[in-house]
Design a protein around this ligand. Structure first.
Ligand code: ASP
Length: 331
């Protein structure tokens, strides 16, 4: 018998239309989610753990961090073999990556959710929970880090992203593909993630902003973010990591103040690499002191920055850790 903890946080999977209103809200408990499963899940004992009841668009980094720490304490118990976390899809990839960095157990950590709410006759929630349970109970899913299980697919926290606003197969792992899949009662793992990183921190620094660049964007937002107390800024720059005119000049004094500026790419796939000069090409941004995020997306780079800042170890150590996690040489 496998003993799996079902940690609920809200999201569409635990939502339905509020009586007398036009809103879908998180209002369904873990016990109800369990009662609505169609699959008897023989051999799996489910323990309910209602953690929060919010749409994931209302999550913030402190809540995601406390969820990750909660998962850690649950997995430390001998009578728990793994966890399934039900979560809204909007920011699931961020909570999942936070858990991937913070959880220090090899036991499976499986996030899932739904695109069609629990009051919808065609809801995808029960089957996703059942498949997530099978992964959480599977010995071969140990040691692969936090994952998202959705529409039979198993995705690594670092790679996965929500790709479609409404389709039930919304999650994709763009560059590298999924880790495996669930087929009926069977769980198949086709590849295991390499280079995972565990951060032993007791706090995070949530004041990390993310800015997506567009042709001719103004760097004014950088100073605005610093003025608002940002402790690090991630920019989703063009292609290999290039920015519009003015960014290199705006970034240099920010980095000089000890505020890391991280350059991710707004492309879905591939790595950043400083190549170009002229204005704020990647080489100019490197001269200004940025840290490149390699193949880590802007969303995930922001989570990593908040976690590494929690070490409070200074800019050099931050840069070293960041470049180690993302395997990113600066030149
Ligand atoms: N659409 C979202 C969901 O799938 C809402 C949320 O993220 O909570 O759950």
């Amino acid at each position: 018998m496998s003993r799996i903890r079902l940690i609920t946080t809200g999201g569409t999977i635990a939502s339905s239309r509020k009586a007398g209103s036009d809103r879908v809200v998180a209002n369904i408990s873990g016990a109800e989610l369990k009662a609505r499963l169609h699959d008897p899940l023989d051999g799996i004992e489910i323990e309910i753990d209602d953690f929060s009841s919010v749409g994931s668009f209302a999550f913030d980094l402190p809540l995601a961090f406390s969820l990750a720490r909660h998962i850690n304490s649950v997995l430390a118990k001998e009578d728990c073999d793994g966890v399934v976390v039900t979560h809204g899809t909007d920011t699931m990839e961020e909570s999942c990556y936070m858990a991937d960095l913070i959880v220090n157990s090899d036991k499976p950590v499986v996030f899932t959710g739904a695109q069609r709410h629990a009051g919808d006759a065609d809801t995808d929630g029960p089957r996703n929970i059942a498949e997530a349970m099978r992964v959480a109970a599977a010995p071969q899913a140990r040691g692969i880090g936090a994952v998202i299980v959705f529409e039979q697919d198993i995705h690594a926290a670092r790679d996965v992203t929500k790709a479609h606003t409404s389709r039930v197969d919304t999650f994709r792992s763009n560059s590298y593909g999924k880790l495996g899949e669930v087929d009926g009662e069977n769980v198949f793992i086709y590849r295991r993630p390499t280079g995972r990183f565990h951060a032993d921190v007791t706090r995070i620094v949530p004041e990390v902003e993310l800015m997506k660049l567009a042709m001719g964007s103004s760097p004014a937002f950088l100073d605005f973010a610093v003025g608002q107390g940002a402790r690090a800024i991630v920019i989703e720059a063009f292609g290999r990591g290039n920015a519009p005119n003015g960014f290199a000049e705006a970034i240099a004094p920010i980095v000089a103040k000890g505020i890391p500026v991280i350059v991710a790419s707004r492309c879905q796939e591939g790595r950043t690499r400083p190549i170009y000069g002229g204005g704020s090409g990647g080489k100019d941004l490197a001269d200004a002191g940025v840290i490149f995020s390699g193949d880590l997306s802007g969303l995930k780079a922001r989570i990593l920055a908040a976690v590494l800042l929690g070490k409070n170890a200074g800019m050099d150590a931050f840069r070293r850790d960041f470049e180690k996690v993302t395997c990113t040489p600066t030149s």
